[in-house]
Design a protein around this ligand. Structure first.
Ligand code: NAD
Ligand code: TYD
Length: 335
């Protein structure tokens, strides 16, 4: 089985490839990634000499690049995306280019090449926010940020290809994911890295927003389960039992690091900030999947990974002009 994985130099894609190659000797991977600011080959160091992993730097928006990368591939798992909500508020263009047009290029090529199955990795954010209860897969999509709208567009487009072209595609909608090697713009690595530098943690609004947190390995196992057992044309939620308000998450991080809560700095809220994400993953559990990790242990291990690998994230937070410019621009008006 030769699988084209897009976005495999990213946080989740790299974890998925490493897990898959480790656990399934029948699989080889072609990894197509543009290496945007979020892509990082350091995540793939352990695969350097692995003959079952081939890396191609390229843009999924290019029909030629996609056509070439898909040559000889029997399956596709599509993770490549622009992924950060705050960036989509500053400039949405790349989100619609990659998340919608790039997805279209992949779907189209997958039909032409008659791939056996394509997985579109979507997000819980496509449902939008709800105060109470849990979203199920049949619920209407009601995304509310440019990021989540661009993902919902890819999600719907994927299912339209099942309907109109008979493509065998499935969709996963995963919750907020955490673990090692995550780009330090997302809240957990951002707050851990700033706390380790004794810099204030910019908590948006009242910190009462709720997110469902899933460890990256559990998320990847969910994607693989849907790849193997999901029903053509169906979507599957991937969530965990762990819901936390941002303020409580921040306090836990500080406690693990032995840092003072005085580092918490409440700042102006994110525009249109979704209050609560919550989803039911019974449908995936019926395929035999469940979360394996204990949240407390996984969070502690994650925080310790950043503590023990300072050079990894400092190469970004302290030495990347791109990161510094982004941080200044995104947080300037929030103080
Ligand atoms: P990430 O930002 O860490 O990685 C994205 C990767 O896509 C990067 O390596 C980047 O270089 C690559 N990429 C971007 N544009 C590209 C293009 N035009 N062509 C080729 N490659 C391109 O993201 P992540 O957190 O690993 O997320 C992976 C997928 O999972 C995304 O589709 C995201 O929407 C989805 N998701 C993420 C989360 C989360 O909490 N991180 C939760 C649910 C779903
Ligand atoms: P984030 O990691 O950006 O993921 P998402 O927006 O996809 O849920 O943010 C997680 C939560 O943390 C979200 O409610 C916004 C909040 N947050 C802050 O309070 N401060 C920050 O600096 C960031 C990046 C996020």
């Amino acid at each position: 089985m030769k699988v084209l994985v897009t976005g495999g130099a990213g946080f989740i894609g790299s974890a998925l490839i490493k897990l898959w190659l480790r656990e399934d000797p029948r699989v080889s991977v072609v990894n197509l990634d543009k290496l945007t600011y979020a892509g990082d080959l350091r995540r793939l160091e352990s695969l350097k000499n692995n003959p079952r992993h081939q890396f191609i730097q390229g843009d999924i928006c290019s029909a030629e690049v996609v056509e070439k990368a898909m040559e000889g591939c029997t399956h596709v798992v599509h993770l490549a995306a622009e992924t950060h909500v705050d960036r989509s508020l500053l400039d949405g263009k790349a989100f619609f280019d990659t998340n919608l047009y790039g997805t279209y290029q992949l779907l189209d090529a997958a039909c032409r090449k008659r791939v056996k199955r394509l997985v579109f990795v979507s997000t819980d954010e496509v449902y939008g926010s709800r105060e109470r209860g849990f979203f199920k897969e049949g619920d209407a999509l009601n995304p509310s940020s440019p990021y989540s709208v661009s993902k919902a567009a890819g999600d719907l487009l994927t299912r339209s290809y099942v309907h109109t072209h008979g493509l065998d595609a499935v969709v996963t909608r995963g919750a907020n994911t955490f673990g090692s090697h995550q780009y330090p713009e997302k809240v957990i690595p951002l707050f851990v890295s700033r706390a380790l530098s004794d810099q204030p943690l910019p908590l948006y609004g009242d910190g009462g927003q709720v997110r469902n947190w899933i460890h990256v390995e559990d998320h990847c196992r969910g994607i693989l389960r849907v790849f193997e057992k999901g029903k053509k044309g169906e979507a599957y939620n991937i969530s965990s039992p762990h819901y936390l308000k941002n303020l409580d998450l921040t306090r836990r991080i500080l406690k693990i690091l032995g840092k003072s809560e005085s580092l918490i700095q409440k700042v102006k809220d994110r525009a249109g900030h979704d209050r609560r994400y919550a989803l039911n993953s019974d449908k995936l559990q019926k395929l035999g999947w469940k979360t394996r990790s204990s949240f407390d242990q996984a969070l502690e291990e994650t925080v310790r990974w950043y503590q023990n690998n300072e050079s990894w994230w400092r190469a970004i937070t302290d030495r990347s002009e791109h990161f510094k410019n982004y941080y200044e621009k995104a947080y300037a008006g929030k103080q």
